[in-house]
Ligand binder design. Structure first.
Ligand code: SAH
Length: 226
């Protein structure tokens, strides 16, 4: 899978994309994540990408021309399944969306900044708009990093133990059961006996029961879905 991220602040993405599973997936050739500086697609001397909004609102707006140039340059090299814009008014990002996106070949993620982007970009160039939650960020960079992380870890081979991604929270609409590791007792705080019993069927039953109970208590809305 290839993810091209277009941003005015590439440095906001270098850290998150270069660690842990995201790094390993790229090293293994399972994912290619390329960050593009929007300023490289400007035609003006000062590499300016924003301007004042029509109608006199506060804040600056990203202009259509550099974005159009950037997307066109990428599209010349390959076909894209989606051209995504990160936006607080987009479709709420969740596990089913991450699952679906992990099957795609090539995607572009455009990060907004400042007051937003010229709306014509959204009308004519964008195929999907995603919000990572009901709050407003300074820019779409962290949203893009979150989307890339959630999607890339689902690509087969990205996580060492493939079962691990499937047993995470939200797969099957259930929160994950608690996990423990050694020592079995610390300051008198014990790991549940069942996990030390070696009885796999009973352990699995306990995990499912814990997942159900935690979901009922913490996120009853998940059980009401579909
Ligand atoms: N004026 C806009 C917010 C601009 S915030 C509004 O009220 O809707 C600047 C940029 O940050 C946005 O263009 C978007 O790309 C990104 N952003 C902010 N909050 C986000 C969120 N919850 N999810 C995804 N992207 C977000």
């Amino acid at each position: 899978m290839r993810i091209d991220i277009i941003t005015v602040l590439p440095q906001m993405l270098t850290g998150p994309l270069d660690c842990s599973i995201l790094k390993r997936a790229q090293d293994k050739g399972l994912a290619e994540i390329v960050v593009h500086n929007l300023r490289d697609y400007t035609t003006n001397k000062h590499k300016r990408v924003d301007d004042y909004p029509f109608g006199g609102e506060a804040g600056m707006v990203i202009q259509i021309e550099p974005v159009d140039n950037a997307i066109a340059a990428l599209k010349q090299q390959r076909e894209y399944d989606e051209v995504i814009f990160t936006s607080p008014d987009g479709e709420l990002f969740d596990q089913p969306m991450a699952n679906q996106m992990s099957t795609l070949q090539n995607i572009i993620i455009l990060c907004g900044h400042y007051k937003g982007i010229d709306y014509r970009i959204r009308e004519h160039l964008i195929t999907k708009e995603i919000s990572i939650g009901d709050y407003v960020l300074t820019g779409g960079e962290m949203a893009a990093a979150i989307i890339a992380d959630a999607v890339v870890r689902l690509i087969p081979g990205a996580i060492g133990d493939e079962q691990s991604a499937l047993s995470d929270s939200f797969q099957d609409n259930l929160l994950a059961p608690p996990v423990y590791t050694r020592p079995a007792e610390y300051k008198g705080w014990k790991v549940p006996d069942i996990l030390l019993s070696g009885h796999q069927a009973k352990i699995d039953e306990w995990k499912l029961q814990q997942a159900m109970e935690r979901t009922k208590a913490l996120r009853p809305d998940l059980l009401k879905e579909d």
